[in-house]
Design a protein around this ligand. Structure first.
Ligand SMILES: Cc1ncc(COP(=O)(O)O)c(C=O)c1O
Ligand SMILES: N[C@@H](CCCC[NH3+])C(=O)O
Length: 433
């Protein structure tokens, strides 16, 4: 693993694979020392590489350059205002799933609201109204009853609503069951076989504008064929609608492209190219604007969670390395048994042995790794949990009345705090005595 990192070079074909590498025996993010960031801001601390995020966005933009398209970054992956602003300044729109995410887009990048799509199975009236008034690109509608509600709100506000039906294609994609969304057993989308009739009915409504079709089959999908299979089903729906006189302008292929979480080599350019091939081949014969909703692929590998070892203890024959970060700071291992690489920030020649790396939270599920080989470590040592830029900070909580960590954005040798550490006082703020 360490060898792989030593070989890391900007000119290598996997140069944008990961921004974290050892320099002078200490882990850096770009040209910035993680030990210095931890000393300045304390731990737990989220660190993100700006150059890496922009590199990933550029990979996507290049892969789809042959077609009119908009990359609608999935805000749920990481909703830091500075990251939203950065992506919008570089051409991205957004995929949102709540009024809260809309508010963040408005605050970070107001002009990008018109490149924003709104999905979600439980949209409520205030959220719909806010999105109509803000002038989003379109609603990805997930049920017939939601479409009726949207029509009512649009009529009441006298603001016509552009919409796509998010169809459920009943296509299986290999991923964790909690983040698979494209089967009829899942709550997401409208049965693709029912969609045609719903479009025909909606086309008669004065305040509904049928604009596109959307599909999203899940997240952390590595084998790209299911993306093509789902889109094949969508394109035949579009052709049927054309016969009905309903001409759409957009097709939304969703997000979901996965990354490599282990230390196996990963070529992100090849991954996007294979994904783009599926999407473009399935949709090339249609003269439609393509919407893409990547989240994880753009930000996951840009980020690491830095944490300090607070204790090392043995129970029976197990060794526990206890860190100051807990499952409230990064829940992916506890929730999905997700694997994240964990590296000592200072490279060491100490002998490795299997340990459980766990947090201080009162749950046995509060672990980052189990039976993982880690060089001998002691209180005060710094560890970096890699590939934590997506669904890390955005899934944090205050469980055990713990405060959320701060976030730092690194740009080469520069860095800036983009969110301060929450204080215990912040936690009292919404509460009434
Ligand atoms: C509708 C929708 N779009 C986009 C995404 C982003 O997915 P990912 O982060 O896997 O690219 C998600 C998450 O699964 C989603 O539900
Ligand atoms: N939270 C999930 C991804 C969810 C995608 C949203 N539908 C993860 O950490 O992998």
């Amino acid at each position: 693993m360490l060898l792989l990192r030593k070989n890391f070079s900007r000119s290598s074909p996997i140069a944008t694979a990961r921004p974290f590498a050892y320099r002078n025996r200490a882990l850096s993010c770009d040209q910035t020392s993680l030990a210095t960031l931890a000393a300045t801001h304390g731990t737990p601390l989220y660190v993100y590489s700006q150059q890496h995020i922009l590199g990933r966005l550029a990979l996507f933009q290049q892969a789809f350059a042959s077609r009119p398209h908009t990359i609608c970054y999935a805000v749920k992956a990481n909703s830091a205002l500075a990251i939203l602003k950065l992506l919008a300044q570089n051409g991205a729109g957004f995929d949102i799933v709540s009024g809260g995410e809309l508010a963040r887009v408005v605050k970070a990048a107001k002009p990008a609201v018109k490149k924003t799509v709104f999905a979600g199975v439980g949209k409520q009236i205030p959220e719909i109204d806010a999105a109509l008034k803000a002038g989003i690109l379109l609603f990805n509608v997930e049920s017939e009853s939601e479409l009726a509600l949207l029509a009512d709100r649009a009529e009441l506000l006298k603001i016509p609503a552009r919409f796509s039906l998010r169809v459920n294609p009943d296509v299986f994609a290999e991923t964790h069951p909690y983040i698979s969304t494209g089967l009829s057993a899942h709550k997401f989308g409208i049965d693709i076989n029912a969609a045609r009739a719903i479009y025909r009915k909606a086309a008669k409504s004065k305040y509904l504008i049928p604009t596109g079709v959307s599909v999203h089959i899940g997240s952390q999908i590595r084998a790209v064929d299911p993306f093509g299979a789902a889109l094949d089903r969508v394109t035949s729906l579009i052709q049927q609608l054309k016969k009905d006189g309903i001409t759409l302008t957009h097709i939304d292929a969703g997000g979901g492209l996965g990354i490599e979480y282990t230390d196996a080599p990963f070529d992100p350019a090849a991954a996007v190219a294979a994904y783009a091939k599926q999407v473009l081949e399935a949709t090339d014969h249609l003269d439609l604007h393509l919407l893409l909703e990547p989240g994880r692929f753009l930000v996951a590998q840009a980020g690491a969670l830095l944490t300090t070892v607070v204790n090392v203890k043995k129970n029976g024959n197990k060794t526990f390395v206890i860190t100051d970060a807990g499952m409230n700071d990064l829940i992916r291992p506890a929730l999905y048994q997700a694997h994240h690489q964990i590296l000592p920030v200072r490279q060491t020649s100490a002998k490795s042995s299997p340990v459980d790396i766990v947090g201080p939270v009162c749950e046995s599920g509060d672990f980052f790794a189990r039976d993982r080989d880690l060089p001998a470590t002691k209180p005060g040592d710094l560890l970096a949990i890699l590939d934590a830029g997506a669904y890390g900070m955005s899934l944090t909580s205050n469980y055990n009345t713990r405060t959320r960590p701060p976030e730092v954005l690194v740009d080469g040798a520069e860095s800036r705090l983009i969110r301060r550490r929450e204080t215990i006082k912040d936690l009292f703020a919404p509460e009434l005595p």
